[in-house]
Write a protein that binds this ligand. Sequence first.
Ligand SMILES: [Zn+2]
Length: 189
Amino acid sequence: MYTKNLKIVYIYVKILERMEKYFREALSEAKKALEMDEIPVGAVIVWNGEIIGRGHNSTESDHNPTAHAEMNAIKEAGKYLGEKLGYRRLTGCDMYVTLEPCSMCAGALVWARIENLYIATADPKAGGCGSVLNITGEERLNHQVNVHYLPDSELKTECQEIIRNFFRKKRELQKEEKILKRISEDITL
Ligand SMILES: [Zn+2]
């Protein structure tokens, strides 16, 4: 009994270690987006223990409203598996993403046949995997994605903070701009 419990703990620790490793990679993608002044979201796709697709949000720099981290990662992974094995889907692949995917990306994950989706932090305003809509778990569609959340940890806080700070700074900038505009209007009057 004692040995069995130890084994379960060992497996759990190994799963957490693996999750942390891939989430760190997703976070490093989010940081790339931040450097480009894009909304800092990052994603990686893992197949047979190997990262075959990486993506970060690039909607502004690509002038493409669909260039979310998940879409960019799916594109890269699809190219890899397509060229290597002639696959047209991502069957057997898992995604690790720093923020809950939106409805568009959740739909793409279903179409791509992603098996497991690991999310660092929920998006109560736009999440398509249970928060606002539940596209990944919609039983009327012919594929469901297994959704797992990163347990509370330093890493989870880091994934939350990167996006919170980004929007906080944007709001502060907007406030400053408004004040400056008002001052310049007053001066003109
Ligand atoms: Zn999205």
